[in-house]
Design a protein. Structure first.
Length: 145
């Protein structure tokens, strides 16, 4: 039995195959899940219906399971952070940098070979994607951001 929140077997397996510097995309419902990431990236589809699950819900569970050292978000059409990013900033551990990229630059960033996992959600907010960079856990078992 696991003692943290994450119990989804395919997601646990995919996270176990990621390492320091790997990237994990938690994508909104509008993201091109199949074509917007490297072919080698694993895909986990949690987009059962519009509005189920939200990106922030998945983020909360992942933060309980993995260390995160940085995050990259999609900027809106005015090159501003969408309102949902404020929620992500509150959720991320102190010291985790958050960088914003314009939509097409973001797509190119996600296509990096370091992107090992794409999680599709039913998130309806526009520009709600977040790309996490996996941190490290020290030999003492401490997460290092």
């Amino acid at each position: 039995m696991l003692k943290y929140q994450l119990i989804h077997p395919p997601l646990l397996g995919a996270l176990g195959r990621c390492g320091h510097g790997s990237r994990i995309l938690i994508a909104d419902a509008n993201y091109p899940h199949l074509t917007g990431a490297p072919a080698a990236a694993e895909r986990v589809y949690l987009n059962l219906a519009p509005g189920l699950l939200r990106v922030s819900t998945v983020l909360q569970v992942l933060l309980d399971a993995i260390p995160v050292e940085a995050a990259i978000v999609t900027l809106n059409e005015d090159n501003q952070e969408p309102p949902v990013v404020a929620e992500y900033r509150r959720m991320l551990p102190a010291g985790v940098s958050v960088q914003g990229l314009a939509r097409f630059d973001y797509y190119e960033e996600v296509k990096s070979p370091d992107t090992c996992l794409v999680i599709a959600t039913g998130e309806q907010q526009l520009y709600a994607n977040i790309l996490l960079v996996v941190g490290v856990i020290t030999p003492e078992g401490m997460a290092k951001y």
